[in-house]
Design a protein around this ligand. Structure first.
Ligand code: AMP
Ligand code: ZN
Length: 494
């Protein structure tokens, strides 16, 4: 049995009961990165939000097909140059080398943040045939026209037939007319300013180009998501996601293309994540108001006073609902570091502490209530911050029992088991937080060396010099040197 969720649907601007098209199964499409430069922290926030959504849908009992694309063609810059070509020019690489290089970097970063790979990760350049077919279908239905080898979507024709262009972004047609610049070099080819390109004829210098019935050219950016979501999830599927900066024109145009080609809207629920800010302002490369994940991990940025680990950064991101803006500041990161450590400490106790408990206890109802609340918060449009605060309340119960502030008679054995496995499941499997203290070999070596040095001190106090020397020599063979001094024994790798 899957749980019942309610989702905030950007299309209707309301929280709605979530009913998937096929019982127990969910198709979800999320717009992926444009791989022409390094992924930035804002992108990471959006993908981390959808990772938790994906993980929770599975946790809630659904079988999920999660499709997240790689944009490696067609996303144009203000001056009309393809982002991939620009990346290639700057790095002096083939466009495909650029795409591979930054796709690898993106995948590495997703792993660093412990985000799951999607079920399918299609590339725009691997789906040119599907995109050409969709353009032809839109032409056949009378919602597109050809001009000098380029093909444009005919928005007035689409609107005239009663189709909802502007519904998702909440724009009225007059606004669309002024806001619809789509960075094309040949704006004047369009019949109407709000029309947008489906296929673009390549100029001589444009390196990414394919044959088509209309010209040697390349697909428009919006088209790839329509073609690939249809291919892998069908004409209509459950959830479409992306950052809220993609609502217009990208998602509005996706809807128009899907409806224009087959008469159906693609997704039933549209989910949009909010932006990551730096010190209250939108993170932007042009203003220098940006910080990369690598800078956060190394501490090498004027915006922060120290380095933060990937899980601390991720924990920080969990503090805000995915639909709220999130401001990254040094203070907030320091608070997140403390919170993350406290949570991991409680999880270690939950895993290792095995108290003798009675069959039932006076706090069982309170504990089970908190477990139910955390799930209800996740069911309620993935309210991670509220669910996290429920987990913190459970953590303080775990700590109090271990410290003797709560008596063992207050918690039943079965309830303790439930609480511990719930905390570990929600934090590990849904929030995707790993225990960094646990994992790093270097901190394990630090702990072991502390233990060895303590044992050696005991041996020396008993004046067992032979054992003490044997220990020192064996460590030397392993490449570890001990140095006795006033402040005790230090060690280093020799
Ligand atoms: P792009 O590579 O620019 O196509 O963006 C990939 C994804 O990251 C899209 O869903 C964007 O909406 C999202 N995104 C871009 N900037 C930010 C930001 N500052 N905060 C959160 N998400 C962002
Ligand atoms: Zn997209």
């Amino acid at each position: 049995m899957s749980r019942n969720l309610s989702l905030y649907n950007s299309l209707t601007r309301e929280k709605e009961a979530f009913v998937p098209l096929a019982e127990g199964r969910i198709g979800m499409y999320v717009c992926g990165p444009t791989v022409y430069n390094d992924v930035h922290l804002g992108n990471c926030r959006t993908f981390a939000s959808f990772d938790i959504i994906y993980r929770y849908l599975m946790y809630a009992g659904y079988k999920v097909r999660y499709v997240r694309n790689i944009t490696d063609v067609g996303h144009l810059l203000e001056d009309g140059e393809d982002r991939m070509s620009k990346g290639a020019r700057i790095d002096q690489l083939e466009p495909m080398e650029v795409a591979q290089k930054y796709t690898n970097g993106f995948h590495n970063m997703m792993q660093v943040f412990n985000l799951l790979p999607p079920s399918i990760e299609p590339r725009a350049t691997g789906h040119i045939i599907e995109q050409i077919k969709m353009v032809q279908e839109i032409l056949d239905r009378g919602y597109a026209y050809v001009k000098n080898g380029s093909v444009y979507f005919d928005t007035p024709a689409f609107i005239r037939d009663g189709n909802p262009y502007g519904k998702l972004s909440g724009r009225v047609v007059e606004e669309l007319l002024t806001e619809s610049r789509d960075n094309l070099k040949n704006q004047d080819e369009k019949n109407h300013p709000s029309d947008f390109a489906l296929w673009i004829r390549a100029t001589d210098e444009h390196i990414m180009r394919w044959d088509s019935p209309w010209s040697i050219g390349f697909p428009g950016w919006h088209l790839e998501c329509s073609a690939m979501s249809t291919k892998y999830l069908g004409e209509t599927f459950d959830i479409h996601g992306g950052g809220n900066d993609l609502k217009f024109p990208h998602h509005e145009n996706e809807i128009a293309q899907n409806m224009g080609s087959c008469g159906h809207a693609p997704a039933r629920y549209w989910l949009h994540t909010n932006m990551l800010l730096l010190n209250g302002k939108k993170m932007s490369k042009s203003d220098g108001n940006t910080i990369s994940p690598q800078q956060l991990f190394s501490g090498d940025s004027p915006h922060i006073t120290k380095a933060y680990t990937p899980m601390v950064v991720k924990f920080f991101m969990l503090q805000a609902h995915y639909r709220s803006p999130l401001d990254i500041t040094d203070d907030a990161l320091q608070a997140a570091e403390k919170g993350y450590k406290r949570l991991m400490e409680a999880l270690r106790i939950a895993q290792e502490f095995k108290p003798e408990l009675p069959g039932s206890g006076s706090r069982d109802a309170q504990i089970r209530g908190l477990i139910a609340d955390s799930l209800a918060n996740m069911d309620d449009d993935f309210n991670v911050p509220n669910a996290l605060s429920n987990v913190f309340e459970l953590s303080s119960i775990v700590n109090s029992l271990r410290d003797g502030h709560i008596k063992t008679s207050e918690i039943g054995a079965g309830c303790w088991e439930e609480m511990c496995s719930h905390m570990l499941g929600l934090v590990g499997d849904v929030f995707g937080l790993k225990d960094e203290g646990r994992q790093s070999d270097s901190s394990l070596v630090d702990g072991l060396m502390e233990l060895i040095i303590d044992l050696r001190r005991d041996i020396r106090e008993k004046k067992d010099w032979a054992a003490s020397d044997r220990l020192r020599d064996s460590l030397l063979e392993l490449g570890i040197q001990l140095k006795d001094g006033k402040e005790g024994t230090q060690w280093k790798r020799s």
